[in-house]
Design a protein around this ligand. Structure first.
Ligand SMILES: [Cu+2]
Length: 158
């Protein structure tokens, strides 16, 4: 497994989970090393990251559901007047065929709002990814230390 230019994730043990949603799609999308960053006590928001390797067809991640939070949004950081802010990705995350797409690159991330409990290192968080074509796919995020390289960003409206 080659993870070019992704020191953070390359440093983690890499797990590849081929998703075989339907037998008819032998080259289905792969979901690689989904993780969330551990959160401090009392935190109500968290962030998650995933590497995708789309199969032979384009797809699009349009949503994430989990019992661990009230809701999850797909976000992208943008610099406005020198300050990083984040906005929901209205069209979701496009996953071009035969390519790796990283939720976590270019300021993208999954934003968890209303955490049921803080994310603790090593914790496993069950979630369901919702794809335009592949449909609903269950995954498990692992909580990694919060001290990893991170972009500071403001949470709009908080
Ligand atoms: Cu965010």
């Amino acid at each position: 497994m080659k993870l070019p230019g992704l020191a953070l994730l390359a440093a983690l043990a890499t797990t590849v989970v081929p998703v075989l949603a339907q037998d008819a799609h032998p080259d289905a999308i792969s979901i690689i090393q989904p993780y969330v960053r551990a959160t401090p006590p009392g935190a109500t928001t968290g962030a998650g990251y995933i590497i995708f390797d789309a199969g032979q067809a384009d797809d699009r991640l349009v949503g994430i559901e989990t019992d661990a939070a009230e809701r999850v949004e797909l976000h992208q950081n943008q610099i406005v007047d020198g300050v990083a802010r984040m906005r929901p990705m209205a069209d979701g995350l496009f996953l071009p065929a035969n390519a790796e797409t990283i939720l976590g690159e270019d300021g993208t991330h999954a934003m968890f709002f209303g955490l049921a409990a803080p994310f603790i290192v090593g914790q496993e968080i069950e979630a369901t990814l919702i794809f335009e074509k592949a449909g609903r796919v269950p995954i498990v995020f692992t909580a990694e230390p919060m001290s990893g390289p991170s972009e500071k960003h403001l949470h709009e409206g908080q």
